[in-house]
Design a protein around this ligand. Structure first.
Ligand SMILES: Cc1cc2nc3c(=O)[nH]c(=O)nc-3n(C[C@H](O)[C@H](O)[C@H](O)COP(=O)(O)OP(=O)(O)OC[C@H]3O[C@@H](n4cnc5c(N)ncnc54)[C@H](O)[C@@H]3O)c2cc1C
Ligand SMILES: Cc1ncc(C[n+]2csc(CCOP(=O)(O)OP(=O)(O)O)c2C)c(N)n1
Ligand SMILES: [Mg+2]
Length: 595
């Protein structure tokens, strides 16, 4: 079903309502739909059940919002989350009460950990039945409280429109996050007067700061311009705050080295020399060594995650000044003590910083900067991402990713991944130059996101190519969504790096548990080619290195088909560099010779 932009705009205008003279009696479910239309919602991923049948009935009677019937509620939330990550819009999912909601919990927690703007609507048992162990009742507000930015239980249909306005506002402003709106069945069918969707919203207790403190920004500037070994460490906040252009401008003005976290890949172009690669547990030598040895660190929308800092005591051994720009004050000095905190929106703060750099007559010490770059180039020469490229016997997983990158780097392509070794190889060997092209679960590390993320993106971006790099373990966690892909014509390309192992677990067992491979080998795997065919798609089995490129070429040619590529990769390959748990970020294992 194609919906034109004009139709969405006119539905949004109609649902805004005008004045009290336009007062009309509407059911709660109809008010909900009008609210979603007013917010410009185009897609909802969901699954019906008793508590939401009035909402589904109202959906049936409208034409501007496309609903996608998934095969499992977890995938509904992931698909809406993937859509949100790729577009920057609020992702919307709809689930029924009880098991519908509990199935959605992993999806909600995944979005929460990565600060993704979402509104999840759940059905609830009728208000008089709440607390009576009613059929399919669960305490949605209680269950989701620790994994949402906010949640609401709507007890009166008259509050519904304002609650939706607040939900969208909270989800997309400040540090974004998922908001759950729980709607009891009686609220969805009760008729109340509707006077239009609120134009504005005010909440006394919620006022996220946008503009950073001018005095703090000036102090940051002083530090940055007098640095001898400066470093810019950026994260997901740059993407969430749509500030990639500002970041590029600042880095170009300063000429300083820059790194991205796993969540920030694409915030700065990977093909630029000033980019040192990802940092952290599986980061490059140059990125991690620069982090440890810099004298001034500018952290931008990055939260000093344990996978990035490693052993905090080791990190603190070197003296450095830290400037931290983050919209959420609770992110600042959480794990690492910061010298100059700047609470504000990354776009606003960087813009101000850029203006100040432009106006300042001070310039960084060119000699010191050149010496710092020499040191960095020395680290870079180690070429820590080299691997056995010429192997003709077995497919190296890195080779699949690198080949895909070579073939699609100039294309309009999105890459999703699941969680495991394949995710790290995707992050290391696909060099993202643009924002919102790399879609994965970092904070919760949820296996099973890959296919739903890809189908959520493909729906919103039908003309783009969408690849899902996955493992044979992860892909089975939401494999049922291949059915949704067919029904809604969202042809995606699945690149399964099939090593017959829960590879990341196997790697840890090899390195940290003396090779005791407890339950990390997966036997009795399905025939993925036949499975893909059974779902109405194309399956390809690729067993030899020389077949990797032709398979990818064939899959890309099949534009309108979902293709499952089962790449049989080296089962014992490990991800390097690797920082073991408890180690400092410069204490890296670089290859199997270090084991
Ligand atoms: C198997 C596995 C291995 C991993 N290995 C690594 C690794 O080697 N390296 C690595 O980097 N990560 C790794 N991760 C990911 C890691 O767990 C974290 O998810 C990641 O490091 C966090 O990225 P971030 O600091 O960019 O924060 P995010 O989670 O992206 O948080 C964004 C920050 O920006 C702030 N923010 C949001 N919006 C704005 C705005 N508009 N303005 C200002 N600030 C804003 C938020 O408040 C928050 O503090 C791994 C994950 C898995 C599953
Ligand atoms: C839902 C969930 N369960 C368990 C884990 C722990 N875990 C992390 S990676 C991994 C193995 C993934 O295996 P596979 O998808 O085959 O990827 P590979 O590491 O082999 O590339 C596991 C079990 C997780 N991240 N998510
Ligand atoms: Mg595997």
């Amino acid at each position: 079903m194609e919906i034109s932009k004009a139709e969405i705009t006119s539905a949004a205008a109609a649902s805004q309502g005008h004045s009290h003279s336009a007062l009309q009696d509407l059911m709660g479910s109809e008010i909900l739909i009008k609210s979603l239309q007013a917010e410009g919602v185009q897609f909802i991923w969901g699954y019906p059940g008793g508590a939401v049948l009035y909402i589904y009935d109202a959906l049936y009677k409208q034409e501007t919002i496309q609903h996608v019937l998934v095969r499992h509620e977890q995938a509904a939330v992931h698909a809406a989350d993937g859509y949100a990550r790729a577009t920057g819009e609020v992702g919307v999912a709809l689930v029924t009460s009880g098991p519908g909601l509990t199935n959605a919990v992993t999806g909600i927690a995944t979005a929460y950990m990565d600060s993704i703007p979402m509104v999840i609507i759940s059905g609830q048992v009728p208000t008089p039945a709440i607390g009576l162990d009613a059929f399919q009742e669960c305490d949605t507000v209680g269950i989701t409280r620790p994994i949402v930015k906010h949640n609401f239980l709507v007890k009166d249909a008259r509050d519904l429109a304002m609650t939706m306005k607040k939900a969208f506002h909270i989800a997309r402003t400040g540090r974004p996050g998922p908001v759950v709106v729980d709607i009891p069945k009686d609220v969805s069918f009760k008729k109340v007067a509707y006077s239009g969707y609120p134009q504005s919203v005010e909440m006394r207790s919620y006022n996220p700061v946008r503009k950073g403190h001018g005095g703090q920004i000036r102090k940051a500037l002083q530090l940055l311009l007098t640095a001898k070994r400066p470093y810019i460490y950026t994260g997901g906040g740059v993407l969430l705050g749509n500030a990639t252009q500002e970041l590029r401008t600042l880095v170009d003005m300063l000429g300083y080295p820059v790194t991205n976290t796993l969540m920030g890949l694409g915030a700065y172009p990977a093909s630029d020399r000033k980019f040192l690669g990802m940092l952290g547990m599986h980061g490059t030598i140059e990125a991690n060594n620069a982090m440890q040895n810099c004298d001034v660190l500018l952290a931008v929308g990055a939260r000093f995650d344990d996978r990035v800092i490693g052993n905090v005591k080791h990190f603190a051994q070197n003296d450095r000044k830290i400037i931290h720009i983050d919209i959420d004050p609770s992110s600042i000095s959480k794990r690492v003590k910061v010298d100059i905190p700047i609470v504000g929106d990354v776009k606003d703060v960087l813009t101000e910083l850029i203006n100040m750099v432009g106006e300042s007559s001070t310039r960084a010490d060119a000699g010191a900067l050149a010496a710092w770059w020499d040191t960095i180039e020395g680290w870079r020469k180690r070429d820590c991402l080299k691997y056995d490229r010429s192997n003709r016997e077995v497919i190296k997983p890195q080779y699949v990713v690198e080949t895909l990158w070579n073939m699609t780097k100039d294309a309009d392509a999105y890459v999703t991944s699941d969680v495991g070794q394949h995710q790290m190889w995707a992050a290391q060997y696909y060099r993202f130059d643009e924002p919102r092209r790399w879609i994965n679960s970092g904070g919760l590390g949820t296996m099973g996101v890959g296919i739903p993320y890809a189908m959520g993106i493909k729906l919103a971006k039908p003309d783009s190519e969408v690849f899902c790099i996955t493992g044979e373990g992860s892909v089975q966690m939401n494999i049922q969504e291949l059915s949704t892909c067919l029904q809604y014509n969202t042809p995606i390309k699945i690149c399964a790096l099939n090593n017959r192992y829960l590879g990341m677990v196997r790697q840890w067992q090899e390195i940290e548990y003396s090779g005791r491979y407890s339950h990390s080998y997966m036997d009795a795997l399905p025939n993925f080619v036949k499975l893909a065919e059974a779902y109405g798609h194309v399956g390809l089995l690729i067993e030899r290195p020389e077949d990797v490129e032709p398979a990818l070429r064939e899959a890309r040619k099949l534009k309108d088909r979902t293709v499952f590529m089962d790449f049989r990769t080296d089962p014992t390959e490990n991800v390097f560099p690797m920082v073991q748990s408890g180690k400092g970020i410069t204490e890296m294992l670089l290859g199997s010779e270090d084991l």
